[in-house]
Every structure is written in C-alpha cells, then in structure tokens.
Write a protein that binds this ligand. Sequence first.
Ligand SMILES: Nc1ncnc2c1ncn2[C@@H]1O[C@H](COP(=O)(O)OP(=O)(O)OP(=O)(O)O)[C@@H](O)[C@H]1O
Length: 604
Amino acid sequence: MRPGDGSPARTLGQAVALAWEAGRWYVVLQAVLTAATGVAPVLTAWYTKLVLDEVAGRGSAALAPYVDALLALAAVAGTGPYVMTFAGAEFERRVGLLVRDRLYTAVNALPGLARLEEPAFQDRLHLAERAGSAGPGRVVTSALGLAQAVLTTAGFLVTLAGVSPAVAVLVAVAALPLLRVHLRLGREQAEVIRTTGHGQRRELFFARLLSMPHAAKEIRLFGLGDFFRGRMLAELRAVDAERRRVAVRQLRGQGGQALLAAAIWGAGLVWIVAEAVAGRASVGDLSVFVAAVAGTQGGLAAGVRNLAAAHEALLLFGHYRAVLDTAPDLAPRTPSGRGAASPGPVSRGIEVRDVWFRYGPDRPWVLRGVDLDIPSGRSLALVGLNGAGKSTLVKLLCRFYDPERGAILWDGVDLRELDPAALRERLGAVFQDFAAYDLSAAENIAVGDLTAGRARVEAAAVRAGADAIVRALPRGYDTLLTKLFSDDEQSGVTLSGGQWQRIALARGLLRDRPELMILDEPNAGLDPAAEHEVHTVLREHRAGRTTLLISHRLSTVRDADTIAVLADGRIAERGGHEELVRAGGRYAELFATQARGYAPAGVR
Ligand SMILES: Nc1ncnc2c1ncn2[C@@H]1O[C@H](COP(=O)(O)OP(=O)(O)OP(=O)(O)O)[C@@H](O)[C@H]1O
C-alpha cells in the first residue's frame, strides 16, 4: 500500500483528530497566537503610516494612541514567536508520544511473524517512525502557519490595494506559479522519503553492524570494517543523490521565485518613489507601500511553504496510517466462521494433519503433508537434518504462521479457531534462537512469565542449572547481562553461550505447568556435564507432560515416548528408539553415525 491510498481529506481528518487528542490546548494556544502574530505586522505597518503622516503633516496631537498601539503590537510580535516555539515543541512531543504508542501497539497486535519478515513492511515501519511522530504535529503546525500567512497576506494585500490596486493584483497573480512549484516539490520530497526508506534502513543496518559488539569479532578477524563502511557509505551516497536531485529542483524553483519577487518589488518601489516626489503620495503611503509589498510577498512565500509542508507531512502521515491499518498476518477465523476461542487443557492431544507450509507463495515447500500426533502427557522427539523443517513446525504449533493446507488440532480444535495469545499462554518453549535481552539476569528469566515473582524465577533457574551461574555474578540476579547499558565495569557482564542457554532454559521452565512444552535444541552449547545434568532435569520435567523435543543429539531424544524423523517435508519414520534402530532406516543411520563419532578410533 502506498501512502495517500486513503483520501487526503480522510488522512487530514485523522491527523487533526490525533493532534487534537494529543494536545488540544496547545492547538488552541497556537491558533490564537497564529491569529495574533498574523495580523500584528499588518496593523504595525498601518499604525506606522498613521504616525508618519501625523508627524509629517498635521502635528502630533493624535500620536499617543498610535504609539500605544505600536507598543502593544511590538510586544505581541516580539513574544508571540517564542511562546509559539515553546507550544509547538511541547505539542510535537505530545503527538510524538501518542504516535509511538499507537504505532507499537499496532506492531504488537500483529499476531504472527509474517509481516515483520516482509521488507516492505519494515520499510514502511521505518518511515512511519520517522514521519509519523512529527507528521500529525507538522500537519497542524503547517496548517496554522498557512492560516497565519493567509491572514498576513490578506491584510497586506488590502493595505496595498489601498495604495495601488494594480500592484496588489500583480503580487497576488505572481504567487500562483509559485504555489504550483511548491506543491510539486512537496510531493517530490515525500516521494524521495518513500523511495529512499529502504536504503536508509540498510545504511542504518551497516552502521549498527560496525558499532555493536555482536559482529565485532568477525569484523575484526576477517578485516571487514572497511568493507561494511564502504557499503554503508554507498547506501548513504545513493540516498543523498536522490535528496540532492530534489534539493536542486527546489533551489531552481525558489530562486526563480525570488527573482520574480525582487523584480515586482523593485518596479513598485520605483513607481511609489516617483509618486511621492511628484507629491501624489505621502511619506506614510511610501512606508506602508514598502511594508505591504514586502509583507505580501513574505506572507505568500510563507503560505506556500506551509502549504507544501502540510502536504508533505500529510503524505508521510499516510505511512503511519498504513502501519496502523496493516492487515493481520493470520486468518482471524476458520472458514467455519467461528470466532477466536480460548484453548482448554489438552486431554486428548495435539494432532498435525496433512500440514503443508511454505514461507511465501513463491518459496519452496518446507512441509509437504506432515502427519503427527503428540498425545496428551507424552513426549515426542522430532529429529531430522538441518533445514528439514523442525523449527518451522514449532512455529506452526505456536501459530506464528498458519499452514497453507491441512490443520493442527488442539484437542480436536483447529488452531485457527483459537485466539493466538490465549494459545501461547498455554505453551512453554525454549527456542533454538532464543533472545538474549540487554536486561538483568532476573529479568532475562522473568520474561518467560511476567507474573512470576523472584521466588519462582530463582526456582526456575535452579531447575535449569542457572542458579549457581547467576549467584556468582557481581550483583547476583540483578546483574545486567549486557555491557551496553551498565553504569560501571561491575554492573554488566557478558555470559558464555552455554550460560545463556541455561538462562533461556530457565525462562522456558518458568511458566507453571504449560499444556505443551516445546524444547527446540535445549542442549545447544552445553558442556558434556551440563548436558547430562540438563538432560536429567528435562526428563524429569517432561514426565507426564505433553512435550515436543527437538535435538540433534540423539542420546537426548532416545528416551522420548515417540521419535519422529522429518525428511523431505514429511514424517519419514516414527516409533521408539529401539524400534527405529531395529528398522534400520534414516534414524538408525543418523544414530549409527553419531555413535561412531563417540567410539574409540579403532572401533569406528
Ligand atoms: N522465516 C523464514 N523465512 C523463509 N524461509 C525460512 C524461514 N525460516 C526457515 N526458513 C527455511 O525453511 C527451511 C526449514 O528451516 P527450519 O529452521 O525449520 O529447519 P530445521 O529443521 O529447524 O533446521 P536446523 O536443524 O538447522 O535447525 C529452511 O530451508 C530455511 O531456509
């Protein structure tokens, strides 16, 4: 979807409604100040003329009220812009907060993973972040700026018409091409922001890569610093070239406009001076004429600028609306028309029925008709080569995606009929690619169940064999597991891969009695002693629980109730360990290969 797909009037209405909600009093204050500072220059020019005429011709008897008015106008003109700057900035802060809140509420509301994996969605989100926080505020401030300019221009045009209607018409007509140029430039500017969004995101990616620790080892070892810096600069140059193109057009348009304005202003000046010399115009006329021509042109330029800015802000606000209006990435309900239900406890089991899945219509099939049962209270181990689709099946069980064909049944109910959030509350999981949060050790475990208190966090850590590791840290459970946000040397630490694995395991074990426990490579990175210890803990933990275990270490899966081998997108074999070994199929082959690796050299 492109921004501006909705009608501009609707988008404008949405921007104004949002701005009103975020800071209505600031909108009102700005509107009042806009009106005041809009008419102040016109009145100032007029009172100046009256003062000059009074002084030049008819004495100074009536001067006092004019001077008082000029003083009051000077106070308004002097303080108004400062108050407006403050009000405008505070208003934009409030709008920014509200927009960010709405934006990430919308992102969090996406139930699956597919949207987040779409580059186009990421581009739009990036633009929405940039444009959305300033967008609605800018739409309103630009609209107010426009109103101010209209007031000033209209006031000066009327004043100018009083001295020379012909010059007033000339100045007004000269503004029309200018308006067209600015509107076109506003559109081009918004288009450039859209088209360069992807490049900017890549540039940001390379900049982060160069500055964050996660890739620093490889970058240094392989000497990739200059390579990535070059890629970053190439992206930036491409983005800058686009921006420059529009800036040059802007310069041309605005330069032409400035020359035209100067020509009109100069001709008018020559004319009024000649009139004054000939005695057909007063000194006051001369002063008000000069102020009015300059004021009208300034007002018109400001008006056109603000109109273009409002137009651009509106187009960009469209990106923010597009993110908010993004369609969910999971079907909301099954064709049966039933709404999202909450899953109950699993009494029968979970059945995978002829599930076909691929990551996009133009991508290869990963699962091609998988049939699998995980009976309630039993453990199923899934094995298979790299890329066989094991983690993909896990993601389908968590309903991060929906199968393209077939169904996964939770006690006979299609997962598509269940509320994804309610479903996930029933699951416990340790993911192969778990997240390492830049938070404290306690928080890194507690994210597994935010309702858990410290006692449960520590109990989970004990079960996962993480307690001793955490207690040995400088600040125990309160130690930050990152150096990026620590205040001093002591407060942040870097854990080893295996230590992190135990933290992730503790996180997965935190949830009380999940209906389905998913363990995707829970032993990865553990030393042999730790692996044995964790294996024992998990075996006890699994007892009587519905569990799906994935592991390449076949010694870990051998005591599962059932072992299934995933190959070529289907379940190729299933059975108990002994049974599969006896069958002499893929499992037996995998097991024999691994066993050979552990056998003494002469026995292989
Ligand atoms: N988010 C994704 N988008 C597109 N393709 C993906 C995505 N995740 C995985 N794939 C592809 O799906 C296939 C199966 O990947 P999956 O991670 O399920 O395999 P796996 O059996 O868990 O492998 P491993 O044993 O290496 O962990 C792979 O070809 C992979 O490239």
